[in-house]
Design a protein. Structure first.
Length: 317
């Protein structure tokens, strides 16, 4: 979990009751039956060509402005679908209220922000569900489509495979700087445009590419935790320090907080809407980067290579 994020724990019965509010076009008896059989399943297949992924995510974005609060929360929830190769199709807004007297202006603003993000992603928003909770938070119960055949890639990574990072690092140090009043308006705008408001919509297309061996999402534990999953025994990842995309002030802020080398903190950063990591054959790099760029991820870059004979899982060059 990131410090600002939770997976909202709807009970199976409550989830089944809420799903029909996403619309009968998407929620058929096969999905409800699969959910009843195994409510904890990652994916619910309804045919050989079609499966659904359900996520329930609420969070507390680091902004007080209600519309922005809602936008970032929606992007966080949709990120959980895109990053796993699913295309979001429908959602229900979730709000948790710690007390009954939340100003209506805040509620209207958060709902508008949630709706705006869903509209941009062409996701049908089927209404809003309000619940009591320990903190004020919002998010989505979201439903995504995917092809079960695209869930697993055919071969593990090999030495020489390239590692691509889809978005810049630095979310945690920007959150800390915002809380201390150290970010300028243009810093916040860069952070929003290149990280927080960009769910990983490249995920489904990348999952379909021949030559892509792994598509992983940077979440809890940061990029360092993802790199621990890359490769196999006797292999590791060599990262190129200068190739890592960073938010403009991330290195300076992280270095100041650490009193030295900023990279250990940046690599361990648990972001709110983290980037994708793609491990692919060298011949696939151009096509993978083109998918990122076509969908607005201008910071996407090759940041390392899978190498053999490394005792450590990964190292920074």
């Amino acid at each position: 979990m990131t410090p600002s994020s939770t997976i909202f724990p709807l009970a199976a019965a409550e989830l089944q009751a809420l799903l029909p509010r996403l619309g009968s076009r998407w929620v058929g008896p096969e999905l409800l039956q699969s959910l009843a059989r195994n409510p904890e399943a990652r994916v619910h297949p309804v045919s050989e060509q079609l499966a659904f992924k359900v996520v329930q995510r609420c969070c507390q974005p680091p902004f007080e402005e209600p519309f922005l609060f809602g936008q970032v929360a929606a992007a966080h929830a949709l990120n959980g679908l895109y990053a796993r190769g699913a295309r979001p199709v429908a959602a229900l807004a979730l709000l948790t209220l710690p007390e009954p007297d939340i100003p209506s202006r805040m509620l209207v603003g958060m709902e508008a922000g949630l709706s705006a993000c869903c509209q941009l992603a062409e996701v049908e928003l089927g209404g809003i569900h309000v619940m009591p909770g320990p903190t004020l938070s919002c998010g989505l119960l979201a439903l995504g489509q995917l092809n079960p055949r695209n869930m697993e890639h055919g071969s593990p990574p090999s030495a020489g495979d390239r590692v691509i990072l889809g978005k810049p690092l630095g979310d945690a140090c920007y959150r800390a700087a915002l809380a201390r009043g150290l970010l300028h308006a243009h810093d916040v705008r860069e952070w929003l445009d290149s990280a927080l408001l960009q769910p990983n919509c490249s995920g489904p297309a990348l999952d379909c590419l021949d030559g892509v061996h792994q598509v992983l999402a940077v979440e809890e534990g940061g990029l360092a935790a993802v790199l621990d999953q890359v490769g196999r025994p006797g292999m590791g990842v060599r990262l190129e320090r200068g190739a890592l995309p960073l938010l403009h002030r991330a290195a300076a802020l992280a270095g100041e907080a650490a009193g030295g080398d900023p990279y250990p903190a940046l690599l361990a950063d648990s972001p709110l809407n983290g980037p994708l990591v793609v491990v692919c054959h060298p011949d696939t790099v151009t096509e993978a980067l083109a998918i990122f760029l076509q969908q607005g991820f201008g910071h996407a870059a090759v940041v390392g290579e899978v190498v053999a004979g490394q005792e450590e899982v990964w190292r920074l060059a």
